[in-house]
Design a protein around this ligand. Structure first.
Ligand code: TZP
Ligand code: MG
Length: 211
């Protein structure tokens, strides 16, 4: 199993244009960083390659300016084209082993897990951190299976040394619990993207997880 790697990015924004309902999505990214977001993942489900790469490049300009790591969801070729810091994949996506076979150690690889048995997968040795997906059911992503709950984070923490990223209906009311249960990072979509003030939303979330 991989050694535990420090994951010093407690507030994680998962961003797609369609979820930004009040402000232009790039403005959401910048405001969220100014409010305290530590890492951003671009998660584009509808864009074609050209559009996706254009978006990834535009976002990379912002994340580079603030020295915030950029993660690309699923699209390994886009991650390579924009020299992203990391890639996040789910169980149905490119396997971590294949990413490593193609790109060596270039990327930090996040892998979403939906059941305990996935901890025993041979893929785990290629993974740097795990998405606990979802902690709670959410309207933002409906095709999910497990609801890990806060107790699931606690249980996973005893079973793997990999940093855990809590995702799924994380908001101001439960973010501290996810953190206390052992998640290294708390990932949100709507808690920031649905806010008409993403900077304040990020700030309020961050306050809850300051030790
Ligand atoms: N993976 C598991 S839940 C989820 C993803 C991408 C969506 C989380 O969105 P929200 O709005 O923070 O619940
Ligand atoms: Mg995926």
């Amino acid at each position: 199993m991989s050694e535990e790697i420090n994951f010093p990015y407690p507030l994680y924004l998962v961003l797609s244009e369609q979820d930004c309902i009040h402000l232009p999505w790039l403005q959401v990214a910048e405001e969220a960083i100014l409010g305290g977001v530590d890492i951003i993942q671009l998660r584009e489900k509808n864009a074609d390659y050209r559009e996706f790469i254009k978006k990834a490049k535009a976002l990379k300009e912002i994340t580079d300016r603030y020295q915030v790591p950029l993660v690309i969801n699923d699209a390994v070729d886009i991650a390579a084209a924009v020299d992203a810091w990391g890639i996040h994949v789910g169980q149905q996506d490119t396997p971590p082993s294949e990413i490593v076979a193609r790109y060596g150690t270039k990327f930090r690889i996040g892998w979403s897990i939906e059941s305990l048995s996935q901890l025993d997968s041979p893929e785990i040795k290629y993974v740097h951190h795990l998405g606990v997906s979802p902690v709670f059911r959410t309207d933002t992503k409906k095709d999910t299976i497990t609801e890990w709950g806060i107790s699931g984070i606690r249980q996973l923490k005893t079973l793997t040394p990999l940093p855990l990223i809590a995702i799924g209906h994380i908001n101001e009311s439960n973010i501290a619990q996810a953190h206390q249960a052992g998640a290294s990072s708390m990932a949100v979509v709507s808690a920031i993207c649905h806010s008409d003030n993403p900077r304040e939303a990020a700030f309020a979330l961050k306050q809850k997880i300051k030790n």
